[in-house]
Design a binder for this molecule. Sequence first.
Ligand code: ADP
Ligand code: ASP
Ligand code: MG
Length: 410
Amino acid sequence: MLIVQKFGGSSVADNERVLRVAKRITDTYRQGNKVVAVLSAQGDTTDDLYEKAYSVNPNASKRELAMLLSTGEQQSVALMSMAIHGLGYPAVSLTGIQAGIYSSSAHENARIRRIEPGRIQTELDKNNIVLIAGFQGVNRYGDITTLGRGASDTTAAAIAAVLGADLCEIYTDVEGVYTADPRVVKNARKIGELSFDEMLELASLGAKVLATRSVEMAKKYHVKLVVRSSFTDAPGTEIKEECKVENTFISGLAVDKDVASISLIGLRDRPGIAFRIFSLLAKERISVDIILQSIGRDNTKDISFTVAKSDLKQALAALETAKNAIGFTDITHNAGIAKLSVVGAGMASNPGVASKMFEALSDAGINIMMISTSEIKISVLIDAHDADRAANAVHDRFFMENEFEFAEKF
Ligand code: ADP
Ligand code: ASP
Ligand code: MG
């Protein structure tokens, strides 16, 4: 078999862990498999490098940031290769460029465009274990790019796709994908199987156990993904096209703290205003999530919406500049919020989900600022201070109580 294994930052955080992972990789190799391992930077290296960069220059250029950040992953693959040699096995480490990973030009948040796997293939043919630096690529100008936070998952899924791997294992610091972040929700349970679509929703709504793009990639190229622990041998979570229906029709919940809301107050109530606001933001390449329009004073209206925290400054500046063209009296923002979502493919056919979620929040005394729904998810915006408490309350309402009744309805 050809197996791609990805190890996250905490799995390779120190020497002992590097050696443990080396053992796992070589065990897989020894069993007769071809192995490609994608590694992240050790522990908090990426955060530390960001901090270093911004302390030298708070406006560090994205090109140089990518140059610096990519060194974290390079350290990991070189060290892992040395550790594997020490165990008596053949291995070779490759940077993203050496592995033929070509990306779009956006330096710090680039997308993989294509992979030329010639070098990887040559090394595999030589019976080498191939170690690839995650999270990085090269753009058409020959500059190093990085692929966005958490993107070593994406590197792994993309490599698995292009090589036609039999399996892509994502090794991390929890035993799989849970019904909620197990570090926050104490009753969270491990999920055995999950469909690509459900995982895609969970990931995009803030469950950082897998990067969203990695799931997109795996779905598109039919890569079988398994999320499991690098510290235990427990079976993990399989993510695939079709999966058996589990007990509940809610697959899980996710919390995203990387959100901020903006409200424009006193807009004229006439056609074209929303278009002006959101086309302006689109031009700035800022994605908008939940949008709420409400009636303001004196025949005016207010529009509130959410953006990623990292886009807040730029969004406010752009809107402020266009104040007269859009025509609002006031602009306010709030970066102290979080988005809590419940996700499940079986939700569409059951009308009780929203009310159950709102009841749990109401019982916990938690105020809802905005609501947004789709076929397979319901999201609410709440105060960030309430996020962990809300996640526990909503989780337990769905997963600890009346489970029987819900399973029957489904
Ligand atoms: P890695 O460094 O291995 O990529 P990450 O920190 O990116 O690890 O992702 C793993 C973390 O994701 C877990 O430690 C956990 O706190 C968090 N997490 C959030 N939601 C979930 C979930 N639904 N299931 C499992 N883990 C989750
Ligand atoms: N090291 C990068 C990050 O911290 C990529 C990754 O871990 O997947 O975001
Ligand atoms: Mg990660």
